[in-house]
Structures are given as C-alpha cells and as structure tokens.
Design a binder for this molecule. Structure first.
Ligand SMILES: [Ca+2]
Ligand SMILES: [Ca+2]
Length: 85
C-alpha cells in the first residue's frame, strides 16, 4: 500500500485532511501493530508537531512530510526527503 492510498483510507470523510479523531485512529493502529501504547498527551504532541500551519488538521502534505521525518530521523532536513520528486 502506498502512503497516498494509506492516507485516503484513513481520511474517512474524504476531505483531504486528517482531523484529530482520524489521526488518533491511525496512531492506535500503528501502536497496535508495534505492540506499544501512546498516551493522549503524546498523541496531542505529535498532532501539533505534524500540523505545521496549525489549522487543526493534518493535510496530506503535512502527513507525508511528518511520515518521512519520523522514518528518516538521521537525515533531519525535510528539504532533502524527496517529497514528489
Ligand atoms: Ca478527514
Ligand atoms: Ca495543517
């Protein structure tokens, strides 16, 4: 599954962005897969980290950037992560 279709499957109302409820659902699934748990506070922290423009939703772009940032912590620089390149 591509990240794009993953996003679409989680974006249940299809408005092109993840609101907090949709986001928490992803986190719950990911935690379950990894056998870990995450507190409400931690989820809020990650949400506001991903929601760069602070509109209370995570757009697809914000989601992609956040995903790559989390999966490539060593590279650090988001400009180097190759989104849509
Ligand atoms: Ca949505
Ligand atoms: Ca946003």
């Amino acid at each position: 599954m591509t990240l794009n279709s993953y996003f679409d499957s989680v974006d249940q109302d299809n408005d092109g962005a993840l609101d907090k409820a949709e986001f928490k659902e992803i986190v719950a699934i990911v935690c379950k897969e990894n056998g870990t748990t995450m507190s409400e506070g931690e989820m809020e922290g990650i949400f506001s980290l991903l929601d760069k423009d602070g509109d209370g939703k995570i757009s697809k772009l914000e989601f992609m950037q956040g995903f790559f940032a989390f999966n490539n912590p060593e590279t650090g620089n988001e400009d180097e992560l190759g989104f849509e390149r």
